[in-house]
Design a protein around this ligand. Structure first.
Ligand SMILES: C[S@@+](CC[C@H](N)C(=O)[O-])C[C@H]1O[C@@H](n2cnc3c(N)ncnc32)[C@H](O)[C@@H]1O
Length: 248
């Protein structure tokens, strides 16, 4: 759906600017046409209620296309770049979760939480390149760490990173198909688009008393048990939820 909205925004903006250039060539200077196209595409994307993070994509897309055309690259270079992007940002175009990496401060804070909780089994839902799972498994050999990641390239990078960590498992496929009942500490750094659905899954599957920690995005309508503010570059907030406290 998001991909369709993005295509509509880009194409309508392109058609509008092309028409304006033909109808009023004296008013609209051709050299400003890419900037107008980008601005109109961004505006249309907002009108179609796309998430905010699509804005820079709309602003940069057409200028980037023109720049790439000016480089006169061979066709296979575009195919290779497209494939690479698909392997890294698997599923992102469908409107859910892009790849951003947590800072070392997040991994350190989760370590403190795991120690305090006396956690036995931890999972990172959407583990990326194991920026959290690998340091956690390395510093807590007694903790069973699972890194669940569905995008092929990050999954392979996570596997490589965890290859010597016997207490770490890197699992492919979607975390929506994964049973969370066997974990007492669950972590996610995802996107607001999936948090409500995730809340329902946590409520169904996690055991009472276990802990869910979300980086940056709170669970809508859930009372937060604790909020941790980190002094990293993103000023990350960790929202902690004790399962079973929701209605208590
Ligand atoms: C924002 S990144 C966070 C990466 C890592 N957890 C960290 O904190 O550094 C989100 C990751 O979730 C992955 N992801 C999104 N939806 C997923 C799903 N349904 N199943 C497994 N992984 C998913 C994306 O591919 C991406 O790598």
């Amino acid at each position: 759906m998001q991909l369709l909205k993005a295509a509509i925004s880009q194409l309508l903006a392109l058609a509008g600017v092309w028409l304006a250039l033909r109808l009023w060539p004296d008013i609209l200077e051709a050299r400003w046409a890419p900037a107008w196209q980008a601005a109109i595409a961004a505006l249309l994307s907002r009108l179609l209620r796309q998430p905010l993070w699509w804005l820079p994509i709309h602003l940069l897309f057409f200028p980037a296309v023109l720049f790439a055309v000016s480089l006169q690259l061979p066709a296979w270079a575009y195919l290779a770049a497209g494939l690479l992007m698909a392997l890294v940002f698997w599923g992102t175009a469908g409107g859910d979760v892009p790849l951003f990496l947590s800072s070392p401060a997040v991994a350190a804070a989760l370590r403190d939480i795991a120690v305090r909780e006396r956690a036995h089994a931890f999972i990172d839902l959407g583990a990326g390149v194991a920026s959290v799972a690998a340091p956690l498994a390395a510093t807590m050999p007694e903790l069973r760490v699972t890194a669940q990641e569905r995008a092929p390239l990050p999954y392979l990078a996570a596997r490589w990173r965890c290859r010597k960590l016997v207490n770490a498992t890197v699992a492919g496929g979607s975390f929506w198909d994964c049973d969370l009942g066997r974990f007492d500490l669950v972590f996610a750094f995802l996107s607001p688009a999936v948090m409500r659905r995730l809340g329902r899954k946590l409520e169904r599957e996690m055991r009472p008393g276990s802990l869910f920690v979300s980086s940056s995005f709170p669970l809508p309508d859930w009372p937060v048990s604790a909020e941790i503010h980190l002094a990293d570059r993103r000023a990350t907030r960790l929202y902690c939820y004790r399962i079973g406290e929701r209605h208590g």
